[in-house]
Design a protein around this ligand. Structure first.
Ligand SMILES: NC(=O)NCCC[C@H](N)C(=O)O
Length: 304
């Protein structure tokens, strides 16, 4: 049986599922892209190639090895994108939730069914059909669960709106003792700089009571202000539009002190080090072209 325990984004990591870029398939057709940044790279002819993405993910695997984190990988589905394992499910406390993901990505879960089956049945949770939810929008944080959503009437119009308010209500029913705090996110199907695809694309708590945040990712200023008050102004590292585009908020914590980050995130990495964090830099630029980064490609199973 696999042991589960997740209550935040940064306690010492013990086991994790890391996605895979193997047999990722050829460059998708433009009409098959489901995020604006991938579409941009398909159009420009700069969509990432498999070999480069495999190398990038192996660099992350090497960091996990260094810190003795147990790593599970999905089984390989022929010619199918399985990089962003974060979104297909998530762990809160000792329960493993199967996400109700975008239909284009539905088959990704079959590749982790062997892992899922090693979890006690009563700890495996599935959502009703009307709930849309992806792991990139879900962040347990002690007594809170932060959830990215899109509350506007044109929800159906956006392929980039992945978590609805039915998910927020359902999580509140499942965790009556927790505060489910939802955030209305800015969406665009065509402009990556205007698209907070998931909550982790514009915000993430890290150790030492700090967080990384992009104001314009939030549609409601008061929800952004709520987070700034919650963490304290001096504990927030604000990223701009371009830094959000490059996915600076999507780094990944191994512990309160150690963070895996992209090697080109110069300003962020400098700030992290100035705050006493150890930064493990990896190359992840090619993967970032698909509008996801380190948090998106990892699904933590157990933290201390
Ligand atoms: N948590 C995340 O933000 N995941 C990134 C998913 C990127 C992928 N191209 C998608 O649109 O689903």
């Amino acid at each position: 049986m696999i042991e589960l325990h997740i209550t935040n984004e940064f306690s010492r990591l013990r086991s994790v599922i890391l996605g895979s870029a193997k047999s990722n398939g050829p460059t998708p057709k433009l009409e098959d892209a489901y995020d604006p940044k991938s579409a941009q790279h398909i159009k420009k002819g700069t969509y990432p190639v498999e070999k480069d993405m495999i190398d990038e993910m192996e660099a992350v695997a090497a960091v996990f090895k260094k810190y003795e984190v147990e790593v599970y990988r999905p089984e390989i589905i022929q010619d199918y994108n399985q990089i962003f394992t974060r979104d297909i499910g998530f762990v809160i406390e000792d329960k493993f939730f199967k996400a109700n993901i975008l239909p284009d990505r539905e088959d990704e879960f079959t590749a982790i069914e062997k892992i899922w089956s090693q979890i006690p049945k009563e700890k495996r949770i599935q959502f009703p059909e009307e709930v849309h939810i992806e792991g990139g929008d879900v962040m347990p944080h002690g007594d809170y669960i932060f959830v990215g959503t899109y509350r506007e009437d044109d929800y159906e119009k956006y392929i980039t709106a992945r978590t609805n308010m039915a998910a927020v209500s359902y999580l509140q029913e499942l965790f009556p003792q927790k505060i489910i705090k939802s955030f209305n996110l800015r969406k665009s199907s065509t402009i990556p700089e205007d698209n907070a695809l998931h909550l982790d694309c514009c915000f993430q708590p890290i150790g030492k009571g700090k967080c990384i945040i992009h104001k314009r990712g939030f549609l409601e200023e008061e929800e952004y202000e709520w987070l700034v008050d919650f963490f304290g102004k001096d504990n927030c590292f604000h990223i701009d539009k371009t830094e959000m585009y490059h996915m600076n908020s999507n780094i990944f914590s191994i512990s309160e002190e150690v963070i895996i980050s992209e090697r080109n995130f110069t300003r962020l990495n400098k700030w992290l080090r100035s705050q006493g964090f150890t930064v493990e830099e990896v190359p992840y630029f090619e993967i970032s072209k698909q509008e996801g980064l380190l948090r998106c490609s990892t699904m933590p199973l157990r933290r201390d």
